[in-house]
Design a protein around this ligand. Structure first.
Ligand code: PMP
Ligand code: GLN
Length: 425
């Protein structure tokens, strides 16, 4: 008899999530440094944390009760103040912004709110892994296209990972509903250029396709690169949903508040999903983020403005880890943004015995063995590829560098000691 209680077929095989698995590994192996999941191991700015404690303990009891479903009034107003000048349009806080349970839920509401059964959604690989699941959840069909590393030796940056324009154009057709663009990109740190975005935007307009623009790393962009918001391209307001994250913006990933902004017609579709799945997000956290935004907006034109100082704070960490990885046999891609480094580990293959690791993909075997032997945990990038393309991620490992300097220094030492030990064998 068929199993009546099995996972519905539209969710695929119920593959393991790399996050569930690697957080469990971190708990089991207790690696000396965890450069796996992306989160800071140090405190967010003081004013952000105080905003939360003051809210919870403050005089207004309603700050701890349900708030407006589509977003706490003060928060949507401050988000409108933040983004309006950046997109040269006065965002309407009531109808054009939705506050969500992390950027995850913004993506979920955008995908579930638009994708019909059988619609195709174009996804650029490597991709943030939940896109695939959400598309299938909506009954859609993901169509994948990998970024290709056009340069293999010498200094490689995330700009060296490019889309094949012909291949991309070939994926668009009458069934295409949406393309998901993640800029700045996780895991590569690529900042899509004006030429690349224009090419994508022109295809969206030609085939009447939506662009879901995941911009959660918008503030961590390293000089001289500049983040370009897809919605600012000509006529893209009609067809772009932009996603942001308070967790990334203020270095508080555990707060799990995100948002989407778009024109009211598209936003209505997100609201329908949100009002029946989540309804409203945590009030004191929304209030705290709203106060934090107010604080930052008041110093928008100063060097202390966190949305600018964050990248300055992260750049030396990036440079330190790039050098440490290079000196220790990796071939890293220098990210132009974000807080991850993807590094090719294949030059280390003769130093590490992966034969006892059971995973199907080499990068899973490498990252697990590396965590056990070296004490440094990284993420296997095959998790960011479709089944057909997982081999494209196998030669790499992803390291997160939004960590205390002492932990980055420890990473360097552990890798150096391990390399020295191995060369003596
Ligand atoms: N998109 C990308 C590209 C991410 O890396 C993440 C990871 N946090 C998210 C969305 C989800 O963000 P949040 O934690 O706000 O749900
Ligand atoms: N975005 C973070 C990362 O890529 C966290 C992902 C998650 O926890 N699901 O590491």
């Amino acid at each position: 008899m068929a199993d009546k209680f099995k996972l519905p077929a539209r969710y695929g095989d119920g593959e393991k999530s790399v996050w569930v698995e690697y957080i469990q590994l971190a708990a089991e192996y207790k690696p000396a440094v965890n450069l796996g999941q992306g989160f800071p191991d140090y405190h967010a700015p003081d004013h952000v944390l105080k905003a939360l404690s003051n809210t919870a303990l403050g005089e207004n009891p309603l700050a701890n009760q349900y708030t407006r479903g589509f977003g706490h009034p003060k928060l949507v107003q401050n988000l409108a103040k933040l983004y309006s000048p950046l997109i040269s349009r006065n965002l309407d806080p009531q109808n054009e912004i939705l506050v969500t349970a992390g950027a995850y839920e913004a993506l979920y509401s955008a995908i579930l709110g638009h994708v019909e059964v059988g619609d195709e959604v174009i996804v650029i690989e490597p991709f943030f892994d939940c896109y695939d699941f959400m598309i299938k959840c909506a009954g859609g069909v993901p169509r994948f296209i990998p970024l290709k590393q056009k340069k293999k030796s010498g200094t490689i940056t995330s700009a060296d990972w490019v889309l094949d324009e012909k291949e991309l154009a070939g994926l668009f057709n009458s069934k295409t509903k949406m393309i998901i663009v993640n800029t700045p990109h996780n895991p590569l740190g690529k900042v899509f250029t004006m030429e690349e975005l224009t090419f994508i935007a022109n295809l969206c307009k030609k085939y009447n396709v939506l662009c879901l623009s995941d911009e959660v790393y918008e503030w961590m962009v390293y000089e001289p690169k500049k983040h370009i918001r897809m919605v600012t391209l000509p006529d893209m307001w009609e067809r772009t949903i932009t996603v942001g994250s308070a967790g990334k913006t203020f270095s508080v990933t555990g707060w799990k508040i995100g948002w989407a902004y778009a024109n009211p017609k598209l936003m209505r579709n997100l609201q329908v999903i949100h009002q029946n799945c989540v309804y409203t997000c945590c009030t004191p956290i929304q209030e705290a983020i709203s106060k934090a935004l107010e604080y930052e907006l008041a110093r928008r034109d100063t060097p202390e403005y966190y949305m600018h100082s964050l990248a300055r704070e992260l750049q030396p960490k990036r440079d330190f880890l790039i050098k440490a990885l290079t000196d220790n046999g990796f071939n890293p891609t220098i990210p132009e943004a974000g807080y991850f480094i993807v590094a090719d580990w294949t030059k280390l293959a003769n130093k590490i015995d992966l034969s006892k690791e059971k995973d199907q993909y080499k990068d899973y075997r490498f990252t697990k063995k590396f965590a056990k032997e070296v004490g440094v945990l990284a993420i296997p990038p095959a998790a960011f590829y479709s089944k057909e393309h997982k081999h494209l991620g196998e030669n790499y490992a992803r390291f997160c560098f939004i960590k205390k300097d002492e932990n980055l220094a420890l990473t360097e030492k552990l890798m150096r000691d391990w390399n020295e030990k191995k060369s003596k064998l």
